[in-house]
Design a protein around this ligand. Structure first.
Ligand code: FAD
Length: 451
């Protein structure tokens, strides 16, 4: 196990911290909090670490995920999933996601989901994280007490009895790819076909010989439409990211077409904005997810409004509750693992008193001004946590707060190269690339962290 020395020049306060979730975010949060000297308990409802990377062929009883009482399956991973980022880019900064070359794993540069789970398990083993995790323990309520501590109520899976504990701080790492968001289509309630959200998509077999309308343009949509085209009669992709009126047969496939959104329903048929109509068997919603914190009770201080979790200073701290409540991993269109690593370092340092946060008023002012800028630019609330264009500025800002190195130049260039290839060559970008020189730079960097 790797050992670390704590800095000695600061008066470090050790806090009792609950981390909710043992996915990538919770694991790195636990590591950073303990490195800083905090006493950490990770509460995880599953029986193993890995969060969304734990593939299961089980799906939910409600294929759209609308019924709030349904038993929730956490993971949204499908069978054929390979990462959409090269492994060099994807890994934590100080624990590179390299192929071990021992014949035990998936050595591909864009590996399958099993390899990511294996990596997270190795990460947990390397840093002794499992010993902090209480498995099969679901957090059902987190509430602020009069003395400004948190009461965390949890229960063992398959057991009704709950159990209360008091913590100084809570770090929410519960993930945000489990609660489906559905496209609103007038008249959908009486549409006779089948509907499913990609959260409940695993393999293409169920779609054999059927006509599918797939809504969405995210990385999952791009993968799943291709997965399905191999067996379906026709696949019609309706996307918001293409020009109005688009109607294009997709290269390589003789049964897949791209249409612009919106769609409408008429007499059982799906009508596209470009005027085409199809008699579809299935509408498959690849339309993303909602932030969801069913356990969190902050007396209305933190809310989810049109998918904005707020108010949050820099997507992490609610100003009035900082640093005692924090969120890791909320931003999207980012490289998640290294971003979570930096957010976690910031939280750990703020809790110990080593890193000073601005005053509550200053954090609130900054947050309000951020929201005003979004509004002035016509960006809807639901894009609040979409960092895309400025993710590296954000990461470097976090690194500056923590006094550590920012994002490596090779990582930025490699991310940009992969994103561009994914857009232009969705079939081949995972197996053909032109950035070998960046791989060499990454490997040189990784030598700092021997396996
Ligand atoms: P999760 O992995 O979802 O972990 C959250 C954990 O919290 C889970 O273990 C869950 O059981 C637990 N939990 C939730 N609620 C409770 C509760 N009440 N009590 C106790 N425990 C609870 N990222 C990449 O970097 N590269 C990719 O190629 C990539 N592909 C993706 C493909 C898909 C289809 C999806 C859905 C995501 C993909 N991602 C990818 C993003 C991925 O989500 C992140 O990489 C990362 O795994 C998120 O980690 P997390 O810890 O925030 O959330």
């Amino acid at each position: 196990m790797t050992q670390f020395n704590l800095p000695t020049m600061f008066p470090i306060h050790s806090r009792h911290v609950a981390v909710i979730g043992a996915g990538a975010a919770g694991l790195v949060a636990a590591r950073e909090l303990r490195r800083e000297g905090h006493k950490v308990v990770v509460l995880e409802k599953n029986d193993q670490i890995g969060g969304t990377w734990i593939y299961t062929d089980r799906v939910e009883s409600d294929p759209l995920g609308l019924d709030p009482r349904r038993p929730v399956i956490h993971s949204s991973i499908y069978g054929s999933l390979r990462t959409n980022l090269p492994r060099e880019v994807m890994g934590f900064k100080d624990y590179p996601f390299v192929s071990r070359n021992d014949g035990s794993g998936d050595p591909r540069r864009f590996p399958g989901h099993t390899e990511v789970l294996k990596y997270l398990k190795e990460f947990a083993r390397e840093f002794g994280i499992e010993e902090m995790v209480r498995f099969e323990t679901e957090v059902v309520n987190v509430g602020l007490m009069d003395n400004n501590k948190w009461k965390v109520r949890s229960k063992k899976i398959n057991n009704k009895d709950s159990f209360d504990e008091i913590y100084d701080a809570v770090v929410a790492c519960n993930g945000h790819y489990s609660q489906p968001r559905i496209a609103e289509i007038p008249g959908i309630d009486s549409w006779p076909g089948k509907q499913i959200h990609s959260h409940n998509y695993r393999t293409p077999e169920h779609f054999r010989d059927q006509v599918i309308v797939l809504i969405g343009s995210s990385a999952s949509a791009v993968d799943i439409c291709r997965d399905i085209a191999g067996v379906a009669r026709e696949v019609h992709v309706a996307s918001r990211s293409v020009a109005d009126g688009t109607y294009e047969k997709q290269p390589i496939y003789d049964n897949m077409w791209l249409h612009s959104m919106e769609i409408a329903l008429k007499d059982g048929t799906v009508v596209f904005r470009n005027g085409n109509m199809v008699l579809a068997d299935v509408i498959l919603h690849c339309t993303g997810y909602k932030y969801h914190f069913p356990f969190l009770d902050t007396n209305g201080y933190v809310t989810v409004d049109d998918n904005r979790v707020g108010p949050l200073y820099k997507h992490v701290f609610p100003p009035g509750l900082a640093p005692w409540l924090s969120f890791v991993g909320l931003p999207w269109k980012v490289i998640p693992f290294p971003m979570c690593e930096l957010q976690s370092k910031w939280i750990a340092g703020a809790l110990s008193g080593r890193i000073l946060l601005p005053s509550q008023e200053e954090m609130m002012e900054d947050t309000k001004s951020f929201y005003s800028t979004l509004e002035a630019s016509g960006i809807p609330k639901r894009y609040t946590h979409n960092l895309s264009d400025y993710q590296f500025d954000y990461d470097n800002w976090l690194a500056g707060q923590c006094g550590c190195e920012g994002v490596e130049e090779w990582r930025i260039l490699m991310y940009l190269a992969a994103s561009s290839s994914r857009r232009t060559r969705p079939e081949t970008y995972r197996d053909e690339w032109e950035d070998d020189h960046l791989i060499l730079q990454a490997q040189e960097d990784f030598n700092k962290y021997p396996p």
